[in-house]
Design a protein around this ligand. Structure first.
Ligand SMILES: Cc1ncc(COP(=O)(O)O)c(C=O)c1O
Length: 436
C-alpha cells in the first residue's frame, strides 16, 4: 500500500502520484514538454533499453507528467497501474487488441458507444477478432452461452449511452472469472468518483478522459487502468507467454515472455512496449496536465452535476410533452435497486428523454435551446444537448438501435455546472416553442 492509498478520494485527487520533492518542489505538476531524456552514460543507456532499469527515455513510451496522471488515476480507481493514451478510442482499441491480438472472440454488450460498436462490428473482424454482441449484458445465461474456446474477454460499459442502463459488474466479473476471462469495463460515464469497477471485480477499466474526468471539454485523452489481478499466463493468451525479441538479450542469449518479465504487470507493460511504442497514440504531456487539472475538481463538479441532473430528470418526467425519461437515477426506474447498491453518489450527469411527438419537434428543441450547446460530447462544465440517433449513435445500424428503443425522438442531455433552474427554464421554453 502506498502512502497515498491510505487517503480518501478528495485527498488523492489532489496529491496521488506526485512527489513534489522530485520536481524542484513545484506546487503544480510540471509539464515535461520534451521528446527525449538523456541516458547519462552508456551503462545506464543499456540498462534502460533492456528494461532492466525503470526510467524515461522517449515520450512516446513514457513521460514524467503523464506518469503522474497514470499513478493518480490508478489510485483513485483502486487499480495498481495505469497507462495514459491519446483518446478514449485508443484506450478501448489497445486494451482489446492486447487481449485478442492474433485472433479470437470478445463478448460485448450491444448497448455501447457508437464508435466502439462500429469498430467491433466492421474493423476488428478485419484483424481476425470477432465480437459476440449481447442484447442484455445483465442476462448472464445469454453471456455464458456466448463463451467459446477462443473467447478472450468480456467488455461492457458500466453506465450506457444514452439510456444510462447500469451493468451488474459483480455478477459479470464472477461469470468471467469462472471461465478464465478478464472483464473489461468502459467507465467513462460515471468517472472514478461515482463508480470504481475494479472494486466490484473488474480486471481492466478504460476511460475516455475526454469526458467527465477532465470535465471542461478541452482535451481528448484516454486511460487504461489495471487491477493486476488477472493471470495472463493461464494458457489463453499466447502473446503474453511467447518469447519476445525485445524482452530478450541477444548477447546473453536470453529470451523472455511478458509474463516472465513483468509478472502481474504484464498487461500494462505490453500496452506500453507494443502499443504505445509501436502504434504510437501517446498522450502529450500538456494534455496530461490538463486532465490532472480537471481531476482536482472532479468530486465537486460531479456532486453538483448529479444533483442538477436528478432535478432535471424529475422535472422532465412530469412534463406534458415528454413521453419518457431515461435516467436510471430516478426512484421508479427498473434498475433502482442495483443503482442504489453500486452508485451511492448517484449514477451520473447524463440523461435522455423522448419527446411526445415526432422528430420534427425533437429538432425544434435542439434549435431553440439557448444555454445548452448542441454538440456531440458529454461531461463538460457546460450543458450539452444532442440527438443521438442522428449523430453519436449514427454508426449503430437501425435494427440494433431499435432493440434498445433508441429512435430519432430521443434527446440526450449532459448537465454542466450552470444553475439547474436556468437549465430547466431553457428546456421549458424550447419544449414550448417546439409544440407551439
Ligand atoms: C463510453 C465512451 N467510450 C469511449 C469513447 C471514445 O472517447 P474519445 O472521444 O476520447 O476517443 C466515448 C466518446 O464519446 C464514450 O462515450
Amino acid at each position: 500500500m502506498t502512502e497515498e492509498s491510505r487517503h480518501r478520494f478528495d485527498t488523492l485527487k489532489i496529491h496521488a502520484g506526485y512527489d513534489r520533492t522530485q520536481h524542484n518542489n513545484a506546487s503544480q505538476v510540471p509539464i515535461y514538454q520534451t521528446v527525449a531524456f538523456g541516458f547519462g552514460d552508456t551503462e545506464r543507456a543499456e540498462q534502460l533499453v533492456n528494461l532492466k532499469e525503470k526510467g524515461f527515455s522517449y515520450s512516446r513510451i513514457g513521460n514524467p507528467t503523464t506518469a503522474v496522471l497514470e499513478k493518480r488515476i490508478a489510485e483513485l480507481d483502486g487499480g495498481k497501474e495505469a497507462v495514459a493514451v491519446a483518446s478514449g478510442m485508443a484506450a478501448v482499441s489497445y486494451t482489446l487488441l492486447n487481449l485478442a491480438e492474433g485472433g479470437g472472440r470478445i463478448i460485448t454488450a450491444a448497448n455501447i458507444y457508437g464508435s466502439s460498436f462500429d469498430e467491433f462490428r466492421t474493423l476488428f473482424p478485419k484483424f481476425g477478432i470477432q465480437f459476440d454482441f449481447i442484447d442484455d449484458i445483465n442476462d448472464l445465461a445469454q453471456v455464458e452461452a456466448a463463451i467459446k474456446a477462443d473467447t478472450k474477454a468480456i467488455f461492457a460499459e458500466s453506465v450506457t449511452n444514452p439510456d444510462t442502463m447500469v451493468t451488474n459488474i459483480e455478477a459479470l466479473a464472477e461469470l468471467a472469472h469462472q471461465h478464465g476471462l478478464p472483464l473489461v469495463i468502459d467507465n467513462t460515464f460515471p468517472t472514478p468518483y461515482l463508480f470504481n469497477p475494479i472494486r466490484h471485480g473488474a480486471d481492466l477499466v478504460v476511460y475516455s478522459s475526454t469526458k467527465g474526468i477532465s470535465g471542461h471539454g478541452e482535451v481528448v485523452s484516454g486511460l487504461i487502468v489495471d487491477a493486476e489481478q488477472f493471470d495472463y499466463g493461464n494458457g489463453r493468451f499466447k502473446q503474453f507467454e511467447e518469447k519476445d525479441y525485445v524482452l530478450g538479450n541477444e548477447e546473453e542469449q536470453v529470451e523472455r515472455s511478458f509474463v516472465e518479465t513483468f509478472g502481474a504487470k504484464a498487461f500494462t507493460a505490453r500496452i506500453r512496449v507494443k502499443y504505445l511504442r509501436l502504434l504510437g497514440a501517446a498522450l502529450s504531456p500538456f494534455d496530461a496536465y490538463l486532465v490532472l487539472l480537471g481531476i482536482e475538481t472532479l468530486s465537486e463538479r460531479l456532486a453538483k452535476q448529479v444533483a442538477s441532473t436528478e432535478k432535471i430528470a424529475r422535472h422532465l418526467s412530469n412534463h406534458p410533452h415528454v413521453k419518457a425519461v431515461h435516467y436510471s437515477g430516478l426512484p421508479n426506474h427498473p434498475q433502482h435497486e442495483l443503482v442504489a447498491r453500486d452508485f451511492p453518489r448517484g449514477v451520473g450527469a447524463i440523461l435522455a428523454f423522448e419527446v411526445d411527438g415526432s422528430e420534427t419537434e425533437a429538432k425544434k428543441i435542439l434549435n431553440a435551446v439557448k444555454i445548452f450547446s448542441y454538440l456531440p460530447n458529454v461531461g463538460d462544465a457546460r450543458s450539452l444537448i444532442v440527438n443521438p440517433g442522428r449523430t453519436t449513435h449514427r454508426e449503430i445500424p437501425i435494427a440494433a438501435r431499435e432493440k434498445s428503443g433508441l429512435t430519432n425522438t430521443w434527446i440526450r442531455l449532459s448537465i454542466g455546472l450552470e444553475d439547474a433552474d436556468d437549465l430547466i427554464a431553457d428546456l421549458d421554453q424550447a419544449l414550448a416553442k417546439a409544440f407551439d
